[in-house]
Design a protein around this ligand. Structure first.
Ligand SMILES: O=C(O)CCC(=O)C(=O)O
Length: 285
């Protein structure tokens, strides 16, 4: 089903992102709310993170503070239906063409009163693919305003250089350096605020991040990454995760397509383990 206009598709190609208001129906939003609430309730039995719920260091069972539900589609049937068969799969097909592979999903919280910053970064270095078709679709599950840590994107930065996401000593930080950020024009930053049900799309090369949530309202952002079938994943980061790297539209590609420009590789997560961008950016900056 085509949901985008040619203007939308042109804007995505030109700017590297889209913001679509009112994209998700109330029926879907109610199902997603209920699924999110189940995880928040479950977190009340946790003192530290579990496989399906990553909590912030100041989380307590009485006062839950969640960072992320990783791999939402693996842990809940409504999240599974949404990520593999929901309206955002139409959107992915609209932008990527008929053959679409699902890569991963997550629900990023920014908890009220201090939910953490996500520093400026590009996604593709976390999970390199043979080409730069992967994109991430975000769904705001509540109205998100300036105070709540909306996602910001540098317009057109998907056409710029790929950062190694490392510090001056060459150690992985998962974030751009101050010098790399200074080379970008702050006037290009677009803050993707939106109402409940708004959808964001950003290309895997787009420089993006989000400030802390200083408001008394939490900011849940449900994210799914899809790629063209001919984009072969180059690391095993999603190996063994249910539904990761499965086709959600069309047919698998007979050959991988390799982009000309090489992609900086992340550390070997199979050795060190990977939990989330929150932990990665804090541990290694
Ligand atoms: O949650 C956010 O605001 C941004 C998420 C993000 O950039 C990421 O998980 O890569």
């Amino acid at each position: 089903m085509t949901r985008l206009t040619q203007n939308d598709r042109d804007a995505y190609e030109r700017d590297g992102f889209l913001l679509l208001d009112g994209f998700i129906s109330d029926d879907w939003l109610d199902r997603l709310d209920a699924a999110m609430t189940r995880f928040i309730d479950e977190s009340r039995s946790l003192t530290t993170s579990s496989t399906s719920i990553l909590v912030a260091p100041d989380h307590t069972p009485e006062e839950p503070r969640l960072r992320r539900i990783p791999q939402t589609v693996a842990f809940d049937p409504d999240f599974e239906a949404f990520g593999l068969r929901g309206p955002i799969v139409d959107l992915a097909e609209d932008l990527l063409g008929p053959d679409v592979r699902f890569h991963h999903s997550k629900l990023n919280f920014k908890w009220r009163d201090g939910g953490e910053e996500i520093k400026w970064h590009q996604d593709i270095q976390f999970w390199p693919h043979s080409n730069y078709s992967p994109l991430t679709i975000g769904v705001y599950l509540v109205d998100v305003d300036d105070e709540m840590g909306p996602m910001g994107v540098f317009r057109g930065s998907h056409k710029g250089p790929l950062s190694p996401l490392s510090n001056a000593a060459g150690a992985w930080t998962g974030a751009l350096t101050e010098a790399e950020i200074a080379a970008l024009d702050p006037r290009d930053i677009v803050w993707l605020k939106g109402r409940r049900g708004a959808v964001t799309v950003h290309n895997c090369r787009a420089v993006h991040g989000s400030p802390p949530n200083r408001s008394p309202r939490m900011r849940p952002l449900l994210l799914h990454t899809y790629a063209r079938a001919d984009a072969a994943p180059l690391t095993g980061i999603m190996d063994g995760v249910p539904f990761a790297n499965t086709m959600v539209r069309g047919v698998d590609a007979p050959s991988a397509v390799y982009a000309d420009e090489p992609c900086p590789m992340p550390p070997n997560w199979e050795q060190g383990g990977y939990s989330s961008i929150f932990a990665a950016q804090r541990a290694m900056s």
